[in-house]
Design a protein around this ligand. Structure first.
Ligand code: TTP
Ligand code: CA
Ligand code: CA
Length: 587
């Protein structure tokens, strides 16, 4: 059927982003009743210059600061605080001057740095709810893309159009114009203010002082630009078209808006968090629209409105055109907007940025983006390393001990993050060591491994034992590179639904207990005791294949496994001590 095959290439992609994320998490952790629910709230960074070192504040501690916050910089600002002119990157003192009733909460700290575990866990709980909608690609600690195409098709088959429409029409329609309205008005939809509305970095639209903040008058309500607004007249007109005027792709997007609304509602009902969303035909456009009507609102962008939206859009609003490259383009071509970029002849684009990039820029300027929404892959190993060249080479066991403590502390943090995201724990600790004295290897690199015991200190002890043993066999030695990695992951057998459950428990416990208890508990239940040897069936062939050949041989030999085979023959990744291990992007 022609219409089905045409419809099948249309995608429905949503981008969802939590509103004032850290603030929402912190508000939920504050004792109920201590402050009004709508009190302005800001989250501040710890003070790195604090005399006597960074104050340790665990997630479960009362982290509300009543004084001494003047120089702490703001990393998250609630919408109530934004309404009073408070912006991200201000200092705590400035925030209090603008909003004297603001609640100031400090980010949790651990080992002299910010501990984002609580926020990550909240982000995972939200992602677990959103994943009910379709393929999810988490894009940062508080945002994700969803491919809603299949779900939208099913919705249109199974749900009455009136029902879909009744919910979907609560969304703003970006770039829509009222019938008869000419193009001159379109700037209203693409101005910096409308795109950035609600952004913590944005210039604040309404100025108000604490003196008139109490005013009951509607127009002096500082929150009036920061509360969810009903869609404007142009949006309403667009949604009100009779059904026969709707094209298939528009209906699909409307179904996407219906699904997205319900997912956002589930996040509010089940977890208490609000998100804003953009629904469009690709990731780039969805991301662009999700921030247009923050907070707690969603915006749909249909194909007919895309060029209107992009026409006056400053170049730097598009992902990939924000930094140096965008500036080079703007200067080289003397253009300011995406519309101007779209009208630049391809040849001119190629002169400024080369053929390949010109193609990309052309597509982007037309609102095209075929990047699929893809679930992030689980890394096969997590590792970290450091080189010590020339005079920096390590020549004493004390030196090795110091650096191993640093490396294993980082490795442990990353294992914790990995556990939260993927619900698994590593079983194999591999030490990588480079030494000019190391004979028998072409690269001067050798590896040692042992069963992995959870915990930074345990890992440091075990890695140090491996280095000590290596050094004890040599009269003189020096180490020019050290790395530690964790691999051979074993699932904790927690499905994604449980993440939300686990987080709810952690939240209710958080006030009097360390909120990591839930995770540690489930972890200890499945961890192999440190002393138990690694058995052949505990090693995943694909993990083994990722390790350097020397380590593969060693592991196989120690477990009596046969050497060779397809996995063993596969070329390992670059053997450099620092970039060998698959890096995991933090989010
Ligand atoms: P954002 O999504 O950029 O901002 P936000 O969620 O606070 O507000 P908005 O409603 O405008 O989306 O960032 C998510 C969290 O990441 C934020 O709550 C705090 C943290 N963050 C920082 O710590 N430093 C930063 O520079 C930024 C941008 C965010
Ligand atoms: Ca956000
Ligand atoms: Ca974000």
């Amino acid at each position: 059927m022609a219409s089905t095959s045409r419809a099948s290439k249309h995608r429905v992609v949503a981008h969802l982003d939590l509103d004032a994320f850290y603030c929402q998490v912190e508000r939920a952790l504050l004792p109920r009743g201590r402050h009004a629910d709508d009190a302005p709230l800001v989250v501040v960074q710890y003070n790195p210059f604090e005399r006597g070192g960074v104050r340790e504040m665990r997630a479960s501690d009362d982290r509300e600061l009543r004084d001494g916050f003047e120089n702490h910089s703001l990393i998250a600002v609630s919408y109530e605080a934004r309404a009073r002119g408070v912006k991200r990157n201000m200092r705590g003192g400035e925030a209090k001057a603008l909003a004297p009733t603001a609640v100031v909460v400090q980010v949790p700290t651990r080992r002299s740095k910010a501990d984002l575990t609580t926020y990550r866990r909240a982000g995972s709980a939200v992602a677990a709810v959103l994943a009910r909608g379709g393929t999810i690609e988490r894009a940062s600690i508080d945002e994700a893309y969803l491919d809603l195409t299949e779900r939208a098709k099913r919705t249109l088959r199974e749900t009455a159009w009136e029902e879909v429409l009744a919910t979907a029409r609560t969304s703003h329609a970006a770039g829509a114009r009222k019938p008869g309205e000419d193009g001159e008005d379109r700037g209203a939809f693409v101005s910096k203010a409308s795109l950035r509305a609600g952004s913590a970095d944005a210039p604040v639209v309404v100025g108000t002082t604490s003196a008139n903040a109490e005013s009951a008058k509607e127009e002096e309500d500082p929150m009036r630009n920061f509360r969810p607004k009903p869609p404007d007249a142009a949006s309403v007109a667009w949604w009100s078209r009779p059904e026969h005027e709707w094209r298939e792709e528009e209906k699909l997007l409307a179904a996407g808006a219906y699904i997205c609304f319900n997912l956002r509602k589930a996040c509010v009902d089940e977890l208490g968090y609000t998100l804003s969303a953009g629904i469009a035909s690709n990731k780039m456009l969805a991301k662009l629209t999700s921030g247009m009507n923050k907070p707690a609102s969603q915006t749909i962008l249909c194909p007919d409105h895309t060029s209107t939206l992009l026409n006056d859009l400053p170049i730097d609003r598009i992902r990939g055109l924000g930094a140096k490259f965008g500036r080079e383009l703007a200067e080289g071509l003397d253009v300011k907007t995406i519309g101007e970029l779209a009208r630049t002849p391809l040849r001119k684009l190629e002169e400024v940025c080369g053929e390949e990039r010109a193609q990309w820029v052309r597509k982007v300027s037309l609102g095209l983006d075929d990047d699929p929404v893809k679930e992030r892959e689980m890394p096969k190993s997590i590792g970290t390393g450091k080189t010590f060249r020339g005079a920096l080479a390590i020549r004493t066991l004390a030196g090795a001990k110091h650096w191993l403590a640093e490396l294993t502390a980082e490795l442990n943090d990353r294992c914790d993050e990995d556990e939260e995201e993927w619900g698994r724990v590593p079983k194999l600790l591999t030490l990588g060591l480079s030494s000019p004295n190391e004979r028998g290897t072409s690269s001067g690199h050798c590896s040692r491994r042992c069963p992995l015991r959870q915990g930074a200190e345990e890992m440091a002890q075990d890695a140090f034992a491996l280095v000590s043993k290596w050094a004890s066999g040599r009269a003189t030695w020096s180490i020019t590179g050290l790395s530690v990695s964790a691999s051979n992951f074993v699932s904790l057998e927690k499905d994604s639904g449980d993440v939300a459950e686990m987080f709810k428990n952690a939240r209710s416990d958080a006030r009097n207990k360390d909120s990591t208890v839930a995770v540690n508990h489930s972890r200890s239940a499945t961890v192999t005791p440190a002393a138990s040897p690694i058995k052949a069936d505990q090693i995943d062939a694909s993990v083994l294949a990722e390790l350097p050949e020397e380590i593969q041989r060693e592991i196989r030999a120690s477990m009596g496994m046969s050497t060779g085979g397809a996995a063993a023959k596969r070329k390992p990744q670059a053997n450099s001590i620092t970039n060998y291990f698959s890096k995991k992007s933090a989010w």
